[in-house]
Write a protein that binds this ligand. Structure first.
Ligand code: GCO
Length: 497
């Protein structure tokens, strides 16, 4: 059994029925295979592709994260992060990989920005590394860290790119983990201080901010099942970490708003449409609980100051350390919501789950399967965007969408990287996004994950998500066919290019 899947299964079994398969490679239901020459199930017609149109002011972009691309893990006064610590422990990362060097983008960001310009990009989503700004997570500010990101933002603006800055993409200062990490409630104020420092430094040139990236993923995988940093397990740890992060989102929002009235503030949420396996009352209720905990556990708290009903036995307020007044602290009047869409799930009722989520979430394998075992299901983009627009009527940015395939340069033409499956993936997901927009969803931009092959967390460099191939021995960048196609789309605002 795949090491990672073993880890997840054994942790989840200990936690009762909450199973999330986006990071459980290969969890699948068996569907009748489609015949040779037939389009795979879930594929999008050429007519839909041709019909897709995007507004002139649509933000065509790509996304990265500091730890996954920067490298330079000790440069210019940076403090240690939990991912530095976690990746340096043998066995945590496939292949023994680390983010010590990654894509060397801390130094090579001008090259990366030049690629974005070549591909007619209008937006770039990046993240700031907290330990570069406050090496100990609190207290003194590392001016070299701020200066670095100031130069990066200036280079983005010079290239006519809109910077979208994610304040936290999982690289917590290790010094704060040594104080208990996100389950320690004190971190919500530390995080707000950090948010204020960065907004003061960059807010004159950056107006679009994502406070967190995928809060459910980093709290559940880092503190619930331990396959991500800091590698801890136990549902109590997840509940406490998630609560501190909800408090931190509200506190940081107020700190950022106080610095910048013009800031457009959101968060990038991992979201997945979860359809009930049957129309039974139990499965339909289980699907509602899946949506509550997997999709909106950090959104309802921000918009309404209350938790969504994710637990059959009632919200475990005591276990999460909920205090009087926390509802108000969690509130953040977000200007937009980010959706990171990769997969759909099928949800069924599960008895005896330890904390009342009481569902099983399985990623089907009816559609094509990517290199890392994820199903390709473009319709899910339409479903999740439409669901979120109809429910919240909050402007949307697709903050991540992409796929892992390991296509590399041709031996007889090293400047060419044919990756037709990735182009098909993007054509079909963008067509479904265009359909959701035709049906009324207010979507402002789309950020492909990712412009570069990069460090894919516990999978190391074994999974290539980039539109640009990275030779990690030399750091040579080679734009793949999908990247050239995406550049034409970004210039034309249509997919039949
Ligand atoms: C995530 C993270 C990215 C991943 C990407 C592919 O969504 O998990 O935001 O850092 O690398 O999604 O898994």
């Amino acid at each position: 059994m795949d090491r990672r899947r073993f880890l997840i299964n054994s942790s989840l079994a200990a936690m009762g029925g909450m199973t999330f398969s986006r990071y459980m490679l290969g969890a699948q239901m068996h569907w009748p295979p489609h015949g040779p020459g037939m389009p795979p199930p879930g594929s999008v017609s050429e007519a839909e592709i041709k019909a897709a149109r995007f507004p002139k002011d649509f933000y065509w972009g790509t996304a990265t994260a500091a730890y996954q691309v920067e490298g330079a893990w000790t440069a210019d006064g940076k403090g240690e992060s939990i991912w530095d610590r976690f990746s340096h422990v043998v066995g945590n990362i496939k292949g023994g990989d680390t983010g010590d060097v990654a894509c060397d983008s801390y130094y090579r960001y001008p090259e990366d920005i030049a690629i974005m310009q070549q591909l007619h990009q209008k937006s770039v989503r990046f993240s700031v590394s907290w330990p570069r700004i406050q090496p100990m997570g609190t207290g003194n500010v590392n001016q070299k860290g701020l200066d670095h990101y100031s130069k990066v933002v200036d280079a983005m603006l010079k290239a006519n790119l809109r910077p979208m800055c994610t304040l936290y993409h999982w690289d917590l200062p290790q010094a704060l983990q040594d104080k208990g990490g996100w389950p320690n409630r004190d971190l919500y104020k530390y995080f707000a201080d950090y948010a204020e420092i960065v907004t003061k430094a960059l807010g004159d040139r950056v107006d679009t901010w994502a406070i967190f990236n995928e809060p459910w993923v980093f709290t559940f995988l880092g503190y619930g099942i331990g396959i991500h940093a800091p590698g801890l397990t136990g549902i109590d740890g997840f509940l406490k970490a998630a609560h501190t992060v909800n408090l931190a989102q509200g506190e940081a929002y107020r700190a950022m708003r106080a610095v910048s009235a013009k800031a457009k503030i959101g968060t990038a949420f991992s979201m997945s449409p979860g359809a009930p396996a049957t129309d039974s009352t139990e499965d339909v209720a289980a699907a509602r609980r899946f949506n509550a905990v997997n999709n909106v556990y950090f959104l309802d708290t921000a918009l309404y100051g209350r938790y969504p009903d994710a637990f059959e036995g009632g919200i475990p307020y005591k276990k999460m350390g909920f205090r009087e007044g926390d509802g108000e602290i969690m509130k953040a009047k977000l200007d937009w919501m980010g959706i990171n869409y990769y997969n759909r799930h099928i949800i069924s009722y599960a008895k005896d789950a330890e904390y009342g989520e009481n569902f099983n979430a399985v990623m089907p394998h009816q559609g094509p399967i990517t290199y890392n075992g994820w199903e390709v299901w473009p319709r899910g983009m339409y479903d999740i965007v439409t669901q979120m627009w109809k429910t919240y009527k909050l402007p949307i940015e697709i903050t991540e969408n992409g796929c892992a395939y390991s296509d590399g340069p041709l031996s007889d033409d090293p400047d060419k990287v044919p990756d037709a499956r990735r182009t098909t993936f993007y054509r079909e997901h963008l067509a479904e996004l265009a359909r959701a927009m035709r049906d009324g969803a207010d979507v402002r931009g789309y950020h492909a994950w990712s412009i570069l092959d990069n460090f894919e967390w516990a999978e190391g460099y074994s999974q290539r998500f980039g539109m640009t191939y990275i030779d990690f021995r030399t750091e040579k960048r080679t734009i793949k066919d999908s990247g050239h196609w995406y550049g034409r789309v970004s210039a034309a605002g249509r997919l039949d290019v």
